[in-house]
Design a protein around this ligand. Sequence first.
Ligand SMILES: Nc1nc2c(ncn2[C@@H]2O[C@H](COP(=O)(O)OP(=O)(O)O)[C@@H](O)[C@H]2O)c(=O)[nH]1
Ligand SMILES: [Mg+2]
Length: 282
Amino acid sequence: MANYQWYPGHMTKAKRMMQEDIKLIDLIIELVDARIPLSSRNPDIDELGKNKSRIILLNKSDLADTRKNKTWMEYFSDRGFHVLEINAKTGAGIKSIQGVVQEACKEKIARDRKRGIINRPVRAMVAGIPNVGKSTFINSFAGKACTKTGNKPGVTKGKQWIRLNKGIELLDTPGILWPKFDDQSVGLRLAMIGSMNDEIVHLDELACELIDFLRAEYAGMLENRYEIEINDEQSAYDVIKSVCISKKCFLKGEELDIMKSSAMIVDDFRNGRIGKITLEMP
Ligand SMILES: Nc1nc2c(ncn2[C@@H]2O[C@H](COP(=O)(O)OP(=O)(O)O)[C@@H](O)[C@H]2O)c(=O)[nH]1
Ligand SMILES: [Mg+2]
């Protein structure tokens, strides 16, 4: 889990690094979390990348609602992005990226060709908020069939590139930017997927929020997972208590261990054990 907190100094530095790196590349491959595709985006990335080709990858699509992944694909493609759903961990969806890169960069490739430059690789950078899967993606995208090209004097001072044998060079350090955590509902969703420091989050409150959301949007899932019955009169807190009893979360004696079952619910959600769940819609 990413235990990060951003301070103004960090944010300025991260942005400056992105601005420098962006000068070196043709294409930004932006990872978002398929469970919260908007809340997991950096507020400044569209401005930073405004003259670049853009691909958005809905990562962790295995954890998100399959039907809602399609809705989000349409949402981003309606806004002019090339978009794919992937699972960086298993590599699912990654095969298609090569074609999408060519498509996203076809104007640049045509421009090169006109100038007599043939097969100059597309230079790309991976970007996204912490914990969204950038390192996992770079590993599975680059795989073993890549070589680090090292420094290129003059052109890419001090930068490491990963050459994929497919007409793409990837900057080996991803762009890391902060999320929009200053918005409270965004902060809550980031906390739900585990992108906030759990020390600054109250797990019982987080579990209550999750329970309220799941009861409204994914009826039956909690009942199935925890073998409990839920009726309309019960509060979220009552549901946590039912989970305590069903899953035998007790303190000394008969006292219910609310924190233990809260942590269990949150952890089960984060790891997809409650079901494939998307927390926000366009
Ligand atoms: N279920 C699932 N987990 C993923 C996926 N991609 C990354 N992860 C996990 O998410 C966590 C953060 O990934 P990491 O690559 O370190 O994120 P980074 O901070 O953006 O570099 C790790 O535990 C990964 O195994 C995915 O597509 N599906
Ligand atoms: Mg990383």
